[in-house]
Design a protein around this ligand. Sequence first.
Ligand SMILES: Cc1ncc(COP(=O)(O)O)c(C=O)c1O
Length: 388
Amino acid sequence: MANSKKYGINTRAIHTNTRVKLPTGDVMPPLHLSTTFENTQPGEYEYFYGRSGNPTRELFERTMASLEGVENYDEMHSFAMASGMAAVTLIGELVKPGENVVITQDVYGGTTSFFSKIATKRGIEVNFCDLDDLDKLNSLLNDKTKLLWFESPSNPRIKLFDYEKYAEIAHKNSTLLVTDATFSTPFITRPLELGADIVFHSTTKYIGGHSDSLGGVVTTNIKEIWEQLHSYQKTSGAIMSPFDAYLCQRGLYTVGVRLEVHSKNAHKIAEYLETSKHIKEVFYPGLKSNPNYSIAEKQMAMFGGMLSFNVEDHIDLKKFWESLELFKLAVSLGGVESLIELPRLMTHDNAEGTDAEIADDIVRISVGLENAEDLIEDLESALNAAAN
Ligand SMILES: Cc1ncc(COP(=O)(O)O)c(C=O)c1O
């Protein structure tokens, strides 16, 4: 399959091939664990050493690039990393001392931590900004701005950013637009096709899809950036293990259909929460009342499985967690099971004291693949039990 656009996305997920065809005729790709590979002559080989390339990891990297719409995905494959944070730090390597980055305030806590605690020590200026405030954003962008960075949907307020609009702003300033698309995956939005320059995902979430594999993946369609990232991937060494790559490749075969159910369930739950007397506000891009609904319609094939909400003051959150039966109080997202968490204390605690700090009454849920009615019933009875 030479052209990533020839087939639809579900077909591409299933039919992207390995670079080297196996003589055994495996229909499903095997798991290659060898850390070193035999050369035919010094310097002549298909694969050389596990850190620089592994057939299992490479298949996943080719498939991801194809799904993101990279035309020559067989050469410009994605970069599979040991975790979503290893993907963040890989991209961070592009920024030199004296340069600056502008990041949305509504961003994953680990990203906030990396930029505010580690990147700043390398002489990089880091600015967190409400990207809706275009005057503020424009005042921060200058010829030293290497990256403009957001998540869409964002974490934890599930805000959307219009890719085409921010790509234009970034490119006017010769800045790279980077997006964390963990909540959407290429089955919902393909940011590179909308003007973003680098897209990444924590594969720990929807792509792995079963809460049993840690990883991250970075994709770009700019050759010069690809070459730099390729070299950093090899030397930084935080690559995805073959077993995680095997699980992620397997996850890609079903993530499209899983997301259809995640999205349908989340939509029903958002509609229920919107009518509940215990809830102040629901954040879900599929609700017509959501301020980002028109952006969602424009750039999302489905609305996704993530939503958040603020509870009314009469809800005792301690009682609420204790009363839930199906929703597990746990961090992470994108698995088959429904999870619930309090971002202020659980995922965004390291944003405390920064401009990216989160309100303490915002609750985030990752809606799983259970029956929607059961999930609604679980939330309703727990909210009633927690009402003072
Ligand atoms: C949106 C987002 N980006 C990045 C990460 C980091 O990924 P990982 O935990 O795989 O390092 C997370 C983790 O929760 C996340 O939610």
